[in-house]
Ligand binder design. Sequence first.
Ligand code: BES
Ligand code: ZN
Ligand code: ZN
Length: 516
Amino acid sequence: MTALTLSTAAASGLRADAIVIGVAKGTRSKSGDLVVAPGAEAVDKAYDGRLAAVLETLGASGAEGEVTKLPAPAGFKAPLVIAVGLGAEPEKDETYDAEALRRAAGVAARTLTGTKKAAFALPLTDAADAGAVAEGVLLGAYSFDVYKQNGRQAKNDAKAKNGKAPLAEAVLLGGKPRDAAYKGALARATAVGEELNRARDLINTPPNDLTPQSFAAIAQTAAKEHGIRVQVLDEKALTKGGYGGILGVGGGSAAAPRLVKLSYTSSKAKKHLAFVGKGITYDSGGISLKPAGHNETMKCDMSGAAAVFAAVVAAARLGLEVNVTGWLALAENMPSGSAVRPGDVLRMYSGKTVEVLNTDAEGRLVLGDALWAASEEKPDAIIDVATLTGAMMLALGSRTFGVMANDDAFRAAVHEAAEEVGEPAWPMPLPEHLRKGMDSQVADIANMGERMGGGLVAGLFLREFVGEDIPWAHLDIAGPAFNEGGPFGYTPKGGTGTAVRTLVRVAELAAAGDLG
Ligand code: BES
Ligand code: ZN
Ligand code: ZN
């Protein structure tokens, strides 16, 4: 992982492979002209104040995601200047948006793959900005190549000729290295960035290696390392406990299901949050088999559980003054002679019976059990995270997750937390009239209802398994969990780790007593 430091060194004297600066589309005097963002003054001066003109000649416009490279001016120890676009210059008296900084830092870190050390001279106005740049660097530098012959092993070998190692060291200029707020912001970014990257690793790990058992084992190891209590229910314990949803979904696989409970507690906690994650390590659809073209990325169907796991560990690393229980509902959805069939009725952990009409609607079954288990502890609030429906992806696209809830104020609070950390999210309703589509002839409820509004139908199903009077929010991350397109900002191809930062932010708000 990229090492981060704050420094007051002059950009010119730093021995590094490159100096990163920010450029933006001017909005003030000459609107549309390129402007060099604060932080790059020394570079601009060494170019006799002509840096903006030089960059414009090279085609730079300041647009978000844009990268322009130019040789460093004479007198600089670093050979290269990398100018990254920040988008529109802020209005007078305003500062650059944290998310613009995070994305620009991410783009630069990605561009710097294969280099050892870079200085970041981006416009920092406070500690939060330094935290945003740090987060962008850590997330943007991420790569997943353990399965490549010249992958991570080779990288650790100094002799191995592999030019693809992530940026090793980032020095942030323009901050206050001795200031507690800056140090705290860097520590927070490091904990969140590292855990989020670990969630990405889990999502990207192929399903022949990441099974419910191996995921549970990884969670156990990490939990012990960070003083988190962990309980793993294996198939025997699940049978004994009556977890019919998890057992039903996992029944078709040679790899048995697990329910993992992670309990982080703080002696100063006043609130208790429960996070519940869908952890389908592979979703073939089961007997209602997915067609080719719809199953290649289904290793990502445990992204919710990965996000919950990462958020609980991050909360522990940050020592947040709140109790957080994470529930990972882990199963592999496969067709076989022991698989659940369309037409089967399952008795859920809550006692409710469910007629399985489509075995591909498996997420709601494992979550139903985990939500009820979470509810038994009567937490102050529950948030579940799930790659639940293709319908949510159709509705909101591939970058935005849907937020549903049984409580308007709680939904708004979670949505606001998501916006604050730079995770695009949007509120979605739970229309009552869609409930009757799930009425079953033989059981209390069916696992499928109307096709139209399928994401909301799934949300209504989950609501049935939330304990009375507990504020609950449901994040359907089917769209943004896995990036099938090219990398952008600090988001790589593959597993994105979406929702981790929202969960951490909600935990911080609860710790501060700011969550209703
Ligand atoms: N894991 C899928 C949802 C999904 C789709 C996630 C695309 C990420 C990308 C889920 O288990 C599923 O198959 N849902 C069905 C439900 C339907 C059968 C009611 C769906 O959305 O089609
Ligand atoms: Zn499915
Ligand atoms: Zn699924």
